[in-house]
Design a protein around this ligand. Sequence first.
Ligand SMILES: *Cc1c(COP(=O)(O)O)cnc(C)c1O
Length: 378
Amino acid sequence: MSKVIPFNKPYLSGNEVEYIEQSVRSGKISGDGLFSKKCQSFFTEQLGYPSAFLTTSCTDALEMAAILANIAPGDEVIIPSFTFVSTANAFVLRGATIRFADSQHNNPNISVESINELITEKTKVIVPVHYAGVACPMDEIMDLAHKHNLLVVEDAAQSIDSFYRGKTLGTIGQFGAFSFHETKNIISGEGGLLTVNDEKYTRRAEIIREKGTNRTAFFRGDIDKYGWVDLGSSFLPSDLIAAYLYAQLESMEDIQRKRLAIWQRYWDALEPLAKAGGFELPFIPDFATNNAHMFYIVMPNIERRSAFISYLRERGVTAVFHYQSLHASSFFADKHDGRDLIQADRYTNCLVRLPLYYEFNEALQNKTIDVINEFFRG
Ligand SMILES: *Cc1c(COP(=O)(O)O)cnc(C)c1O
């Protein structure tokens, strides 16, 4: 029997173990060591991020953003319902009331109309999530934010190496949160990054990340002792994690080239099939780039999707659905305001993701495409 094609397989570029060993030998394996600094300068110097705070996850980066935004009970935060739990949890932990927005009809990203309907005097933050690394309509979102004096936290978990009208995703709102979880393009097992794009928050970000102390300023030599000055937690990763991450960052161009080629082969194979097969392909607006984080299709209904997933599974190919609308979750359903979120529910029920990872070679992809063809052509 041939082996099952997984949905994802974490990629090893080759230098991870050597860098971890170098980190161990450096004698400092806690946060902000040798490789943490290398990663942070990669983000600021090579990728041009205004600032870069490595965190232990994107979840942590979002929690830092919620603290920096001074979220307090009674504040309202607008978030798409079709997203990962952390996008909402980070703000719920600070006491926020979450108002869930719907997705667009041709793309799972947040609908600007839906945001517009939800803004009240209590709104503090909008959290656009760039689903599949494809940009949300950021000019419209930033305009709404300016008009109503709101902050924007970009959930850029899936958005490394992706752009909106030439601007790097994660650097457009006041804050951007990235993930290096092993399911993302660039990985460190668990890992994340907060970008602070407005200088007035940078000092406070340093403090919040270091358990509410001004330890970072102390190590820089700015002050002669450090102490407890604000809220905070332990958000910085061990240097061992950063060592793994740095090896990945050095291979970013190669990883991205490979993923984009896989994505394009899916597109070329499935595009002629979509109409007759009754499914939708990913929609990438003109203002957005594709970072090949994901290749998904949208089926007409949940029955057809379940049949598709089972058909592939029985033939050794793993395809998976994605988020379950948060407004309808068991934690949130009784807190939701009752609005129907039709598009969020449609992606919940109908979206399915195909295998896409570095080692997904042509033979594996051909097999996957053959099985998909068989399903649709009957
Ligand atoms: C992966 C992901 C997260 C969480 O990232 P972690 O690093 O696992 O905390 C948050 N939001 C979105 C949209 C994600 O895809």
